[in-house]
Design a protein around this ligand. Structure first.
Ligand SMILES: Cc1cc2nc3c(=O)[nH]c(=O)nc-3n(C[C@H](O)[C@H](O)[C@H](O)COP(=O)(O)OP(=O)(O)OC[C@H]3O[C@@H](n4cnc5c(N)ncnc54)[C@H](O)[C@@H]3O)c2cc1C
Ligand SMILES: *[C@@H]1O[C@H](CO)[C@@H](O)[C@H](O)[C@H]1NC(C)=O
Length: 505
């Protein structure tokens, strides 16, 4: 009997989950409340309620070789850091290549997912959907939740006394689309995450003045690293990973901070954070700060009618607009019966499975904040989950899962977040696809690139279930695909890209 799986959402996690079901011979039905694929990456001026939304200029912060699906490299000529329209182009290619569209029911939202009475033996779910006002119900053997975690804007107005007095405009970064209407204005942006910094930089090109307010500061990373290579292709490698584990953490931090401060001193620039602050990617911020277009301010103590008073007692008046780039929260209203989200956290074994269900037939995909791209990770989670659904992989006992969750939480207090390679290897191990460096020794050229080169998703297609014959070739040609889009002015005696020398290193 073929297992039927409900995939909720057709963003990137939903798309890869459909593909994973097909790979394991399961029968997926994907429900997507909007009329198209792509989730938050599909830019629209007015995106509908319930779908995360981005601004027009969003460029991804993970490079193409690191963010692609493991058996479908991004075309060589695509830029390394893609604009959201280009990302959509890639997702459409993926959807078409693996013929995923026919499994998706658009304009259909999932309103409830509940256990069937015989759940303890069958693990089946009753899924109620709604299409243009009509409700329907169906039974599924497995459910993959792919609804994203950037849906509900987090707008903590309670922490900002006086906001009700403020006469200007204020809104959450979710509702920001483009800079035109802010030309000549004085703006405050709150929050030093990726959105806050992106917006402050973008506004600062036309606004009269931008103030960027932060409580905790942040390390600002550049998308571009040594010799002009994408940052993640240099630092997300097994070699660096190994160094980080054998060198004491304090030394790693010392080196990293020294390197970041060599480019621009985070203390002088007012950005210095505590150690374990999630870094922000932006290449332009220091430039906008030193030219005075963006001024870094501390947290806002209170709003006045015309502006704000900051925690250092400075005031800024004549403020026209305030943008709250204060992040997001997530929830699963359709799963109210069996899932509780507490303080924007949910306890999941390896970030995928609940520990207390009688049968492991419910998987959460992409609900993790890695220091790396979410796409390959979601894909690997999907490969694991579908094998658990089928009974090919078993989960540990509830007690062991709870212990593992607790241990992870403890580790997270010391590191920034889930370490990308470590997590990929953990799940890869469960699926049986973690590259075996030992057997790679028979193929030294490949072994060298796997160990010293960027830890690209193809590494998890070299062996085991879902092995892809193109994986080896994809790894050996990954550097070419990084360089190709830059070769728009080819020099006659071109040998290697010595043109890009970074001054900072
Ligand atoms: C501004 C911004 C910038 C980002 N930049 C990056 C980046 O540079 N790099 C990176 O790796 N990540 C980035 N992210 C993170 C982003 O979350 C992931 O890249 C990824 O898009 C998440 O995909 P998803 O499929 O989980 O969720 P989404 O893309 O949010 O898709 C969820 C889908 O589920 C549908 N849905 C929701 N509820 C239901 C329901 N009840 N029934 C039916 N359908 C439903 C929605 O309509 C939507 O299509 C960014 C996020 C934001 C907000
Ligand atoms: C990229 O930006 C998104 C959205 O702001 C963020 O959630 C993610 O952690 C960032 N990725 C990295 C590698 O920092």
């Amino acid at each position: 009997m073929v297992l039927r799986v409900a995939v909720i959402g057709a963003g990137i996690c939903g798309l890869s989950s459909i593909k994973c079901c097909l790979e394991e011979g399961l029968e997926p039905t994907c429900f997507e409340q909007s009329g198209d694929i792509g989730g938050l990456w599909r830019f629209e001026e007015n995106s509908e309620e319930g779908r995360a939304s981005i601004y027009k200029s969003v460029i991804i912060n993970t490079s193409k070789e690191m963010m692609c699906f493991s058996d479908f490299p991004i075309p060589a000529e695509f830029p390394n850091f893609m604009h959201n329209s280009k990302i959509m182009e890639y997702f459409r290619m993926y959807t078409e290549h693996f013929d995923l569209l026919k499994y998706i029911r658009f304009k259909t939202s999932v309103v409830s997912v509940t256990k069937r009475p015989d759940f303890p033996t069958t693990g089946q779910w009753e899924v109620v959907t709604e299409t243009e006002g009509n409700q329907e119900s169906a039974v599924f053997d497995g459910v993959m939740v792919c609804t994203g975690h950037h849906t509900n804007a987090h707008l903590p107005l309670d922490s900002f006394p006086g906001i009700e007095k403020f006469k200007g405009r204020y809104f959450h970064s979710r509702d920001y689309k483009s800079p035109q209407e802010f030309s000549g204005k004085r703006a405050i942006v709150i929050g030093l995450g990726n959105s806050g910094v992106d917006l402050a930089v973008e506004l600062s090109h036309t606004a009269e003045q931008v103030f960027l307010s932060t409580r905790r500061g942040a390390w600002i990373l550049s998308r571009i690293a040594e010799a002009g290579y994408p940052m993640d292709t240099i630092y997300v490698t097994r070699y660096v990973q190994l160094l980080r584990h054998i060198v004491p953490l304090s030394l790693v931090n010392y080196y990293a901070e020294k390197k970041l401060n060599a480019k621009f001193n985070h203390e002088i620039y007012g950005l210095q954070p505590g150690h374990s602050q999630h870094p922000t990617f932006n290449d332009d911020l220091p430039n906008r700060i030193i030219s005075g277009k963006v001024l870094i301010k501390p947290n806002i103590r209170e709003f006045t009618e015309t502006g704000a008073i900051f925690e250092d007692n400075t005031r800024e008046g004549n403020i026209d607009v305030v943008v709250f780039a204060t992040g997001y929260s997530f929830s699963f209203p359709f799963l109210a019966d069996c899932v509780k989200v507490v303080e924007n956290q949910i306890s999941l074994y390896k970030y995928v499975f609940l520990s207390h269900l009688e049968k492991p037939t419910l998987a959460f995909i992409g609900l993790i904040q890695p220091l790396g791209a979410i796409m390959p990770l979601a894909e690997l989670q999907g490969r694991w989950a579908t094998r658990v659904f089928k009974g090919l992989n078993r989960l540990p006992s509830a007690r062991d899962m709870v212990a593992d969750i607790a241990q992870k939480r403890e580790e997270m207090r010391y590191t920034i977040q889930a370490d990308y390679i470590q997590y990929m290897d953990e799940v890869g191990c469960l699926v049986g696809v973690k590259p075996s460096l030992l057997s790679l020794l028979l193929d030294p050229k490949l072994a060298m690139e796997v160990f010293f080169g960027p830890c690209t998703p193809y590494q998890y297609r070299l062996r085991g279930p879902g092995k892809w014959d193109g994986a080896r070739q994809a790894i050996l040609t990954q550097r070419d695909r990084i360089i190709t889009p830059l070769k728009t002015r080819v020099l006659d005696d071109y040998t290697k890209p010595t043109v890009l020398i970074s001054y900072c290193s």
